[in-house]
Design a protein around this ligand. Structure first.
Ligand code: PLP
Length: 399
């Protein structure tokens, strides 16, 4: 059966060149990068080369890159690290609780970290987003107060692809002397990133979203940024992140960063043209469909579409049976399907949020894949709508 994968924001396949680069570090080159003998030094060399490649992808210096286990750890490290540091007696100049600014559309890796801190007495402001999922820099400016220690806002949203105006927010953070972290898990390798023009102090990356394996990531920490120790252990990575380095994973991330940097411009052009074909094709073929967040600057690979009158989960399953993989942003909690917090934050009523699907294209998505999607999606939507008495009633009532 033909299978087409349009869920690259969930994870990407490991690129063959990435796998090839990693393989020796599972076998002959197995040394511990902290060892001083030749085995160890080969691992060390590979780790440092990878650090240079990751730094080059985002315009950073190699010594500002710390390897982690992925996006979730990087986000936790950045947020707990800054807030923890501000609570140390030497740093806290004020008696009131520290304050963080974030947005309602963040990934759970940021939202739940902020919520955990809130329970511990930290104040958190969730700035609103508009219909496209964009934060207004002025609302960030207005929310800053003397106790604000951190602004954490994602670069690109995982469900909509919406890209935030980080340069403007970075400027505001700098003026106010507040640390600025961005979760760039969904933008790294997809759109150009320069930590200096964005004005960020901390930036999270995850390997498996850019054709490296799962379980490896990186945190950019601008030189001079003071973070409270997040993990305690040995002196690996200059003490920033103790734990024996995952040499094969790090090598994979380095290779993936190098490949992304080399093909970013041409990937962007090709993928955004395919996304356009998919969007326009679906809007033309599926009555009443709409793009969520389509008017904002977006990552080139992501589209989120509303197909009123059906349950997104049912459509994901129906499409999977036909060989197409995509997803909803819904979360399963206590047995019930909760509508996506991102889609409700942009103002969609729960039934519309539940009727929306995300398609995310990748480096190897082809025109044939899009043609296939354009055949199967309209048919599956029509079938499910047939079973929806409300949709049929509403459609019949229309002039
Ligand atoms: N941040 C964003 C925006 C994501 O999309 C994801 C994963 O979906 C993460 C963080 C978590 O990254 P990881 O899976 O590497 O922990």
């Amino acid at each position: 059966m033909k299978r087409v994968y349009l869920d690259h924001n969930a994870t990407t396949p490991v690129e063959p060149e990435v796998l090839d680069a990693m393989l020796p570090y599972f076998s002959n080159e197995f040394g511990n990068a902290a060892s001083i003998h030749t085995f160890g030094q080969k691992g060390r060399g590979a780790v440092e080369t990878a650090r240079e490649s990751v730094a080059a992808l985002i315009g950073a210096r190699p010594q500002e890159i710390v390897f982690t286990s992925g996006g979730t750890e990087s986000d936790n490290h950045a947020i707990f690290g800054i807030v923890g540091q501000s609570l140390l007696p030497a740093s806290s100049s004020q008696s009131s609780a520290p304050h963080i600014i974030t947005a309602a559309i963040e990934h759970e890796a940021v939202l739940n970290t902020c919520q955990a801190l809130e329970k511990a007495g930290v104040a958190v402001t969730y700035v609103p987003v508009d219909r496209e999922g964009r934060v207004d820099p002025d609302s960030v400016r207005r929310t800053i107060r003397p106790e604000t220690v951190l602004i954490t806002l994602m670069h690109a949203n995982n469900e909509l692809g919406t890209v935030q105006p980080l340069e403007e927010i970075g400027f505001i953070a700098k003026q106010a002397d507040v640390y600025f972290h961005t979760d760039a898990v969904q933008s790294a390798g997809k759109i150009p990133i320069d930590v200096n023009s964005l004005g960020v102090d901390l930036l999270s990356i995850s390997g498996h979203k850019l054709y490296a394996p799962k379980g490896i990531g990186a945190l950019y920490i601008r030189g001079g940024t003071h973070l409270r120790q997040f993990l305690y252990g040995g002196h690996h990575q200059r003490g920033f992140r103790p734990g024996t380095e995952n040499v094969p994973g790090i090598v994979g991330l380095g290779k993936a960063a190098e490949l992304a940097r080399a093909s970013l411009a041409q990937d962007n052009e090709r993928i955004s043209a395919l996304r356009e074909d998919l969007e326009q094709g679906l809007l033309a073929r599926v009555p009443d469909s709409k793009v969520n967040g389509g008017a904002a600057p977006r990552t080139p690979n992501t589209t989120n579409l509303l197909f009123p009158g059906l349950e997104g989960e049912a459509l994901v399953i129906a499409l999977d049976l036909k060989g197409l993989a995509c997803s909803t942003g819904a979360a399963c909690s206590s047995g019930a399907v909760e509508p996506s917090h991102v889609l409700t934050a942009i103002g969609l009523p729960p039934e519309e949020a539940r009727a929306s699907l995300r398609f995310s294209l990748g480096r190897h998505t082809s025109a044939e894949d899009i043609e296939f999607a354009l055949q199967v999606i309209p048919a599956a939507v029509a079938q499910l709508r047939e079973l929806s008495p409300t949709y049929r009633r509403e459609a019949a009532a229309r002039p």
